[in-house]
Design a protein around this ligand. Structure first.
Ligand code: SAM
Length: 261
């Protein structure tokens, strides 16, 4: 790396580290996140034409992770309208494109190697139709069923056998019990150096009244599940550098990195 880039990176690291002690910046970010949830902000965006229920800042974080890890399989629970499936598939398509440029070969555009596997308990017919009609659909497979159903879990394990570098994204039912069961089922598929991203851990830090019609809330949510899971899984750590950098994220303590132990 040249000296200017090295300097740029050093400045970035120390700036991000400073954010973790910056209570004013953290407080305003939390307030913004709370207000945005009250106003339904996360429902405002599309990725390549499909509604994606994510915060745009988290979308950038996922792009950075996919570039860093270069997975050949992303397994995600929680499909909804398919926006995150399409986003992940499009980023994998770009990785394939870059591989092709580097190696001077045209990778199979019809049955691409890098793939996304989505699981949802209820894939609505109009969503399935739109996902299957999308140009990215040739690298997407879907399973309908509960992500913690034994039969679904075994299908996912079977599918995973033909892949080497796996990244996991958990974004379905956000209760403690469900997310803990998803972590027990899928986190071990995360490749060393890759991530298991647990969405909506931020629920723990929000006021009780923010999710009145939901079974989750402070004390019972993905973050409490992550904390429980980490007690017995030293092979994972929370990569706090990501949340320190983002400040506004629905996944604080949710970027779990698999260590080489
Ligand atoms: C927050 S949405 C997913 C959003 C999507 N990842 C995105 O970024 O656009 C949650 C989804 O989880 C699904 N879900 C709820 N319980 C589930 C379960 N037990 N197993 C699998 N999916 C479930 C719901 O049907 C819903 O589509």
């Amino acid at each position: 790396m040249d000296k200017i880039s090295e300097q740029f990176n050093l400045e970035r690291t120390s700036r991000v580290e400073a954010y973790s002690d910056d209570s004013s910046f953290q407080h305003s970010s939390q307030s913004w996140l709370e207000e945005s949830m009250r106003k339904g902000y996360v429902y405002n965006f599309n990725w390549l034409g499909r509604p994606i229920i994510q915060n745009p800042i988290d979308m950038v974080a996922i792009q950075e992770l996919i570039w860093e890890v270069k997975p050949d399989l992303i397994i995600e629970t929680g499909i909804a309208h398919g926006g995150s499936l399409i986003m992940n598939a499009s980023l994998l398509a770009m990785l394939d494109y870059c591989d092709g440029i580097e190696n001077g070969e045209i990778l199979d555009p019809i049955k691409p190697k890098r793939r996304v596997l989505g699981i949802d308990i209820d894939i609505r017919a109009h969503n399935r139709e739109a996902i299957e009609a999308h140009p990215m659909s040739n690298r997407i497979d879907m399973i309908q069923g509960s992500s913690i159903d034994k039969n679904v879990i075994s299908q996912v394990y079977e599918y995973s056998k033909s892949h080497k570098k796996i990244l996991i994204s958990l974004d379905s039912n956000h209760t403690h019990e469900h997310v803990l069961a998803e972590l027990e089922a899928y986190a071990s598929l995360t490749s060393i150096g890759s991530y298991c991203v647990v969405f909506d851990t931020f629920i723990e830090d929000m006021p009780v009244d923010l999710f009145p019609d939901r079974p989750w809330g402070p004390g019972d949510n993905p973050k409490t599940a992550v904390w429980e899971y980490l007690k017995t899984h030293p092979e994972f750590c929370c990569d706090k550098s990501i949340q320190n950098k983002l400040l506004i994220t629905v996944a604080p303590d949710g970027f779990l990195k698999r260590k080489d132990i």
